[in-house]
Structure formats: structure tokens, C-alpha cells
Design a protein around this ligand. Structure first.
Ligand code: CP
Ligand code: NVA
Length: 332
């Protein structure tokens, strides 16, 4: 499979075969690292990491993956560089392409990363935009494969919560691409945009997947191998929307009752993280005090810490999957 010099701006940049190849490559790279027999394919490569929003997992995964493979990284943000406020995306792209073999970009709109890719001419990886979170999808589907022992086209799962943000969009479209059975349980006001739904529907004929959008958790959850959720207010949204969002989503919390509704004793909980499950963060505490939700927001502390929770395996897999996309596109 030759994926050299390809961008990864959104999930459908790859065919289902290519996407599955990247998951299998990540599984192999994980085994190589764990058995201390990793072969370096990126010696001497340089990768620019542009973050216009904050990050823990994505930044660290890119840096460690690059170092493991013999490459170097440079971290750039809006405060310590000219990106965004003083130099346009088009100019930044043409400068960085003279130094770097690939560019990771986390920012606001998809249009910005499309422009970066158009002007740079080197592979560009989307580390999250408002619309899509494609590197997260590689990790999420890898984690589901590992924990279920099934291929993606045999997996059923439910996404609960804010479904018109990057995670809801990406899980819907990736499932449709790979042929999974996805159910989305969310208030209609927070369903993916019509064009995202249409894109997902258009992929089903080839993949054989299925989609259920419902406001009813009781309809969505039975038979789910996994329950996914995400924060109720995403980066870049105003703090002001918390109150309205909690009113809309309060009854869509992932708790023991929701987990039991799967009827599947092996059902697992997933979350891209960071997540609000206790009051040990300033934001978590402030929202809990403001809304009176003292037992977690999108997920209870009990479920987050339970045997069913695979969130830290999922977080680890960001490393192996991000390594896979870099090795495949710029490696030897
Ligand atoms: N899941 C994820 O993208 O985490 P970060 O925001 O920490 O990168
Ligand atoms: N929807 C979240 C995902 C964080 C990884 C956000 O955009 O903030």
C-alpha cells in the first residue's frame, strides 16, 4: 500500500482499505515498540506542529512518535510564532514547506487546513478542526478492534452527546466508510449537519454499514459494543453555552444506567479526552457549581474509572496511529 506524500485532512481522504491498512500498521508499530524492536523509517525527517488550540494527547503523540522514528519536531503556536495573527496561512505554508517534510495543524476551520495543504505541497495532517478529528478516528477504531476482537464492519457502537461537533461528525463518517453499525443518541438540535449526514449516507452502499440517529437512548444503546461520548462544549465555543448545553444534554450522560442499557456485559466506554468526570479541574469545578451536576458531566466518575472504561488505551493508541500515518506518508 503506497500512501507516500498523502495529506490526512479528513477521514474520506483515504479509502476504507487505506484506512484499515493504517490501523493494522499502527497495531504492528505498537507491537514493535512494546517488544523494543522498532525499526526507524523517518531518520532525518522534520515535522512542524502548529497548534492554534491547546492539546495534550495530539501534541505529545506527534512528538514521541516522531522521536521514536528518528525524526525531529518543532512546536508552533499563535503566541510564540507569527502564525495566524501576523502571517497568513498561505505564506506560513510556503515557508514551512522549505524546512519541513510534513506539517500537523490544529486550528479552527477546515478551510484553513485545506489552504495550508494547497500551499505547502508537503503532507499535512489534521490534528483537529471544528469539523473533523481524523487522527483521533484511527486511534478510536484501532481501540475498538483491539477490545472487541472484531473488524470495524462487525462493530456496533453508540455515540452519545454533542453530535454536531468534530467527534460526532468524524465517528459518523468513519463508521460509514468502514461499514460499522453506528447509533447516535442526541437531541435533534445537536445532530450532525445535513451535509455530514448525506456524506455518511453516501458511503453506506459500498461499506454495508448502518446509521441510526435518534433522540432516544433506549433505542440506540441495546447491543452496543462501545459507548462513546465527548465534552458538551468544545474548544473555541463560548463559556456562555454551558448552561444551555447542560439543559440539552443532561439526560444523555453516560452513567451506570446507560451502560446497562447496552444489554452487553462486555460493552466498553470510550472518550477522546479530556473529559469532565469529576471536579478536579478548574473548568469541571466551575461548571459543576454553575449547573448543580456534581456527579460528572458527560460521564460519571464511576463509569470513567470502571473496568468498562478503555479511555487510556484509546489515548495510548493516539501515539501508535499518529506514528502510522507519518511512517506511511513520509517514511522510507
Ligand atoms: N483527544 C485529543 O485530541 O486530545 P488533546 O486535545 O489533548 O490533543
Ligand atoms: N470536541 C472536542 C474534542 C477535543 C479532543 C473539542 O473540539 O474541544
Amino acid at each position: 500500500m503506497d500512501l507516500k506524500n498523502r495529506d490526512f485532512l479528513k477521514e474520506i481522504d483515504f479509502t476504507s482499505e487505506e484506512f484499515l491498512y493504517l490501523i493494522d500498521l499502527a497495531i504492528d508499530l505498537k507491537a514493535q515498540k512494546n517488544q523494543r524492536r522498532e525499526i526507524q523509517h523517518m531518520v532525518g525527517r522534520n515535522i512542524a506542529l502548529i497548534f492554534e488550540k491547546t492539546s495534550t494527547r495530539t501534541r505529545c503523540a506527534f512528538e514521541v512518535a516522531a522521536f521514536d522514528q528518528g525524526a525531529h519536531t518543532t512546536y508552533l503556536d499563535g503566541l510564540s510564532s507569527q502564525v495566524g495573527h501576523k502571517e497568513s496561512i498561505a505564506d506560513t505554508a510556503r515557508v514551512l514547506a522549505r524546512y519541513y517534510d510534513a506539517i500537523q495543524y490544529r486550528g479552527k476551520t477546515q478551510a484553513q487546513i485545506e489552504e495550508l495543504a494547497e500551499y505547502s505541497g508537503v503532507p499535512v495532517y489534521n490534528g483537529l478542526t471544528d469539523e473533523w478529528h481524523p487522527t483521533q478516528m484511527l486511534a478510536d477504531f484501532m481501540t475498538m478492534v483491539e477490545h472487541s476482537g472484531k473488524r470495524p464492519n462487525d462493530i456496533s457502537f453508540t455515540y452519545v452527546g454533542d453530535a454536531r461537533s468534530n467527534m460526532g461528525n468524524s465517528l459518523l463518517v468513519t463508521s460509514a466508510l468502514l461499514g460499522s453499525d453506528i447509533r447516535i443518541a442526541s437531541p435533534k438540535a445537536l445532530w450532525p449537519a445535513a451535509e455530514v449526514q448525506e456524506l455518511a449516507q453516501s458511503l453506506l452502499a459500498k461499506s454495508g454499514g448502518s446509521i441510526l440517529l435518534t433522540e432516544d437512548m433506549d433505542e440506540a444503546l441495546p447491543g452496543s459494543d462501545f459507548i462513546h461520548t465527548d465534552v458538551w462544549v468544545s474548544m473555541g465555543e463560548s463559556e456562555e453555552v454551558w448552561k444551555e448545553r447542560v439543559e440539552l444534554l443532561g439526560s444523555y450522560q453516560v452513567n451506570d444506567v446507560a451502560l446497562a442499557k447496552t444489554g452487553n456485559p462486555n460493552s466498553k466506554f470510550m472518550h477522546c479526552l479530556p473529559g469532565f468526570h469529576n471536579e478536579q479541574t478548574t473548568v469541571g469545578r466551575a461548571i459543576a457549581n454553575k449547573t448543580g451536576m456534581h456527579d460528572g458531566l458527560e460521564v460519571t466518575h464511576d463509569v470513567f474509572e470502571s473496568e468498562a472504561s478503555v479511555v487510556f488505551d484509546q489515548a495510548e493508541n493516539r501515539l501508535h496511529t499518529i506514528k502510522a500515518i507519518m511512517v506511511a506518508t513520509i517514511g522510507d
